[in-house]
Design a protein around this ligand. Structure first.
Ligand SMILES: Nc1ncnc2c1ncn2[C@@H]1O[C@H](COP(=O)(O)OP(=O)(O)OP(=O)(O)O)[C@@H](O)[C@H]1O
Ligand SMILES: [Mg+2]
Length: 361
């Protein structure tokens, strides 16, 4: 998968610009607040996913303007494809001159993996932030997973409401069994999906981490389910534990068993990266997860995704920077930074100033 050209007419602070990308490493540099992250965000939106900054459509439209208008050409190894997105009063998404109903129809076409500082929460953040970020990654590769997840959350909410209501009307206790069965069915499926996804992803991440740290450090990741079992989790095991925890759940008015309480343990050199990792190690760990995501996508979907790295260079030593810039072969990368001295021997470099590309080298 290669992005060949990005054209912006208007998008956030970006004015009219054209970017002809190189196959390998493309660096986007410039001072703070000039539009580097906005450029990556424009590229990312063509994956059909929501903004990695959590922005709403209205935030993408230039202040004082009435529309955002961006186009992108990419080569998927078979053909050249053209995408266009116009956002304003009317939303129009075009794929090879055919109008699409919504941006989500772009999913599965142009694919990217993005690292932005917000992803540091994969290590630094709370278990819920880790679960959320991992769910988004799984959802990209298995869109059906997201509907199972939202169904689970709906059932969980209803069970929690019921747990509180039972205090006032004990006859409701009988209906709890039905909710438990529905919850156990979806909950076991979510746990199994996450477990198997983390198992598949981890070896790729460990390899990348070894590369980033020049073989000096190790990386490991495992899924921590709160359902205690030997062997594989099933509907029955989750149901059994829900039943056992019912008195406590009734007391607290909330569900204590299930994937909403799980975590992902990430270790560097055998100890928790969240508790003990240095800034550079945490950043390297998240990068390894993101590069592992790209490798897994390649294996599952047969496409090498384009890699977008926003603000990744800070806190990394020279050898780690060298790895990112020069040792990720066969990948197209877009990497932003403020200091052009941090970049050396790359395929193309674009300087961004006041929403325009002012220099291409
Ligand atoms: N809808 C919008 N309309 C106009 N300007 C916007 C809009 N959204 C964001 N901006 C502006 O775009 C500018 C550039 O933002 P961006 O995040 O791309 O900067 P950056 O080059 O990545 O900077 P940094 O190095 O600090 O990360 C900011 O000054 C911001 O105020
Ligand atoms: Mg930025």
């Amino acid at each position: 998968m290669k992005l060949t050209r990005l054209e912006v007419k208007s998008f956030r602070n970006l004015k009219e610009l054209q970017l002809n990308a190189a196959d390998g490493v493309n660096v986007i540099y410039g001072e703070n607040g000039q539009g580097k992250t906005n450029l990556l965000e424009a590229i990312w939106l063509f994956t059909g996913s929501k903004s990695f900054r959590g922005a709403s459509t209205s935030e993408l439209i230039p202040l004082g303007g009435d529309r955002a208008d961006i186009s992108l050409c990419y080569d998927d190894g078979v053909r050249q494809n053209e995408l266009r997105m116009m956002l304003g009063d009317k939303k129009e998404i075009m794929q090879n001159a055919v109008s699409l109903g919504s941006a989500t129809e772009l999913c599965g076409g142009f694919c990217c993996v993005v690292f932005s500082p917000v992803h540091l929460n994969l290590i630094k953040g709370s278990p819920s932030e880790r679960r959320k970020l991992i769910d988004v990654i799984i959802g990209q590769m298995k869109p059906r997973y997201l509907s199972v997840l939202s169904e689970y959350n709906r059932i969980l909410l209803q069970r929690n409401t019921l747990l509180k209501d039972v205090q006032f009307s004990s006859s409701l206790l009988d209906t709890l069994d039905i909710w438990d069965m529905a919850l156990a069915k979806k909950g076991a499926l979510i746990t199994k999906t996450r477990q198997s996804f983390i198992e598949k992803l981890t070896p790729f991440c460990s390899d990348f981490y070894e590369g980033i740290s020049n073989g000096r450090e190790s990386f490991d990741m495992s899924y921590q389910s709160n359902i205690e079992i030997d062997g594989e989790i099933s509907d029955e095991t989750m149901l059994c534990q829900l039943k056992a925890a019912r008195p406590e759940d009734l007391r607290n008015g909330t569900t204590s068993i299930g994937p909403q309480r799980d975590d992902i343990l990430i270790n560097i050199n055998g100890i928790s990266a969240r508790a003990f990792g240095s800034q550079g190690q945490q950043r390297s760990g998240v990068l390894a997860i993101k590069l592992g995501e790209a490798a897994l996508m390649n294996e599952l979907l047969g496409q090498t995704p384009v890699i977008l790295l926003d603000d990744v260079m800070s806190e990394l030593d020279d050898s780690r920077r060298d790895f990112l810039l020069h040792r990720l072969e066969d990948k197209q990368i877009f990497i932003t930074c403020c200091d052009p001295n941090q970049i050396f021997d790359v395929d193309r470099a674009f300087e961004v100033s006041e929403g325009k590309i002012v220099k291409t080298e």
